[in-house]
Design a protein around this ligand. Structure first.
Ligand code: ZN
Length: 481
């Protein structure tokens, strides 16, 4: 363990020189996650899992507020069940892990897929449960793990096994399914901004990038500090595609047998990778307060002096009573070591309490996102001030992320500007919507892909930035994780 000031910080690569190494250093050294002996799989350590638990809590409340219930479905999907939706199977086949034998090597009569996603399993159950329009809408969510065999992996961003939630709903009409798809996209975007302090672009995916088997896919996309985009969540309208493959039918109000319109929507531990890459700095993590497992760390200064420990304890009780996730670090490390340690771990604020503060009836608060500013806060009313300050940190981070995204976004009216733009961030351009054109753009820009076509815009006048055909939509392009 390092014990001199600055020791920790030295061990984290600088973002500017090696962003990828910086990311790995931050994940490993702050105790968010670790590599495991299993190929492509990570261990989420308590500090990282604490972030995930807060994400779950916030999202789960939003799902319930919009009428959804949680359930749990099997991890294994029989091959014949998976195969029913042709387009879906084709999309996921390269990533599926199979169980082929069990026990003492006995070969299974039918291979079992480890779920890469649960449309097929849940669809087959909905077919059983839904009989009439009175059973609709059916609104469920599942918190679980999924497996997608990946060639190259990075903690949180892409791992062979990951944690996520998947919502699955069934409706009478296409319009209702569409409303649900958009409602959940809104829930995701509101969560990203109000909880993770990450601004997102909401829009429709291209035909090439949409979910395998969906009628339409919508996503929220965020910009990272290295100029690459991250898809943070998706919401799909399946129309009757899955209902037809799995026989999800209902007797309508008119007494006719109809297919349901279904949706699905998902977000994962990938969002943790996103918040690291949006907010972190060269000192380490910067956690948005609403998902910070520790929101305020209290550091006693000259703890042996009379009154300090009592003062610290009183402060901790006050903060806890106000619902603030606070902790005291009374370890025997030096103050400098502690400052670095908690800065690296991204705790939104540290509160110093020394003998002179006790005399003056105050504490010293330093915000992680503004380390140069010390604020002296009277003990009277300190909890209220800390609460307000946590909100200020949230707003500060969101605004900073917005500015970062804006400086990394260009409007490209010609192909050269688009090509140049995607090397550093988002390029926004008119596009024809054609898959062949999309593939050519990716090739010519060394990896620039369509991210999404933002909502709420009219069909534009003009021509495609690349092929010159009539433009279909304003589209965001970027290199992406
Ligand atoms: Zn084109």
């Amino acid at each position: 363990m390092a014990n001199s000031e600055g020791e920790f910080v030295k061990h984290i690569a600088r973002r500017e020189t090696d962003f990828s190494q910086w990311y790995t250093d931050v994940v490993l050294k702050t105790g968010m996650a670790d590599y495991s002996d299993v190929r492509g799989c990570m261990v989420i350590k308590p500090y990282g899992y604490g972030v995930w638990e807060l994400i779950q809590k916030e999202m789960d409340q939003r799902f319930k507020d919009t009428g959804h219930e949680n359930a749990y479905f099997p991890l294994f999907i029989p091959e014949s069940m998976l195969m029913k939706e042709a387009e879906h199977v084709e999309g996921f086949a390269p990533e599926v892990a199979w169980v082929t034998s069990c026990g003492s090597g006995e070969k299974l009569a039918e291979r079992l897929a480890i779920r890469p996603t649960s449309e097929t399993m849940i669809g087959s159950m909905y077919a059983k449960w839904i009989q009439s329009y009175r059973d609709l809408p059916m609104l469920m969510n599942q918190w679980c793990n999924v497996v997608r065999w990946e060639k190259s992996t990075r903690p949180f961003l892409r791992t062979s096994e990951f944690l996520w939630q998947e919502g699955h709903t069934a409706h009478e009409t296409f319009e209702e399914a569409q409303q649900e798809t958009m409602r959940m996209l809104e829930v995701y975007a509101e969560f990203a901004e109000n909880v993770l302090a990450i601004p997102v672009i909401k829009g429709r995916k291209s035909e090439k990038e949409k979910f395998a088997g969906a009628y339409a896919t919508y996503s929220m996309e965020a910009m990272m500090q290295d100029g690459k985009a991250l898809q943070m969540g998706t919401s799909h309208n399946m129309a009757t595609n899955f209902a037809k493959s799995y026989g999800i039918q209902y007797l309508s109000r008119e007494g006719k047998l109809e297919y349901c319109n279904t949706t699905s929507w998902g977000t994962s531990t990938r969002m943790i990778g996103g918040l690291i890459m949006v907010h972190g700095d060269d000192r380490g993590l910067v956690l948005p307060p609403r998902v910070a497992p520790i929101q305020a760390v209290i550091l006693p200064i000259a703890a042996h002096k009379p009154g300090v420990l009592e003062g610290v304890d009183g402060l901790l009780q006050k903060l806890k009573a106000a619902g603030i996730r606070a902790r005291v670090d009374d370890s025997d490390q030096t103050a400098g070591w502690k400052f670095n340690q908690w800065e690296m771990k991204g705790v939104p604020m540290r509160i110093e309490v020394g003998p002179r503060d006790i005399e003056k009836g105050q504490v010293v608060i330093v915000r992680r996102d503004a380390l140069d500013n010390k604020e002296f806060v009277p003990i009277q009313g300190v909890a209220q001030r800390v609460k307000t300050m946590l909100d200020e940190v949230h707003i500060g981070l969101l605004n900073k992320a917005l500015v970062m995204r804006d400086t990394k976004t260009v409007d490209a009216s010609d192909f050269e500007t688009l090509r140049e733009g995607v090397q550093h961030g988002f390029a926004r351009a008119l596009w024809c919507g054609d898959t062949a054109c999309e593939l050519a753009i990716k090739e010519k820009t060394q990896g620039g892909t369509t991210r999404n076509m933002p909502l709420g815009r009219h069909k534009p006048e003009g021509v495609c930035v690349h092929c010159g055909k009539k433009a279909e939509a304003v589209t965001y392009f970027a290199k992406a994780y």
